[in-house]
Design a protein around this ligand. Sequence first.
Ligand code: UDP
Length: 248
Amino acid sequence: MSGSEKLYEGKAKILLSTGDPEILLTVFKDDATAFNAQKRGSITGKGEINCQISSHLFKLLEAEGIATHFKDCPAPNEMRVRWVKIVPVEVVVRNIAAGSLCKQTGLPTGTILKQPLVEFYYKNDDLGDPLLTRERLLLLELATREQVEELQTLALRVNEILSKFFLECGITLVDFKLEFGTDSEGRLLLADEISPDTCRLWDNADGDPDRRVMDKDRFRRDLGNVEQAYQRVLERVLAHSNKASGAR
Ligand code: UDP
């Protein structure tokens, strides 16, 4: 992109300025990291796939009344987004026990939770993104009490919308991570990305605990066929939206 300046390069995305201070350009990369960047690799085509899945899900959420930073995609791996000041908190929603919840509580993987669990993690690589209590979140002034309530409500609403959508795609939404930011008027917008990098997605057509995995756990746990799994998620998402628009 000409006339743009690199503002930040993260593990999976590059953030560039545009001519408009209210708009930024996110370039999605094929690079993959796990375990706080101790494991590194590349997933061919991931940048485009994650950008396309995210853009579809942001549009779906906007249509359901959730304010997001999404504007449009000028290229398959590029997303124009509204400028926001990122709240340094990762909001995780869980429907089924997996990952760190199992490691920290001993709950068996696959345990269906009686109700969705919303958790807050401190977005801080140096500290290893620790789990925060609500009191610690307030203590560190990462968000106001009102924002914590709003984050919780928004996260649960996003979970309702995405769980239903993925179910219609034949996929179980096990858990996922959201990030939010405030715009220049102080409004809380859903930001970052929603993709197989940030969600656990299990294929309902396959009962095998390893084969059903369609997300970054294939990379984390060296399960193989990572690109194919990401591609299958995109295909199901697109097939569902084509069906939905055909029905209108
Ligand atoms: N997650 C993420 N980024 C992180 C940490 C977690 O996108 O830095 C997502 C992860 O992909 C999963 C959910 O948040 O869908 C819950 O992750 P968990 O706490 O189980 O951590 P993990 O064991 O995956 O590191």
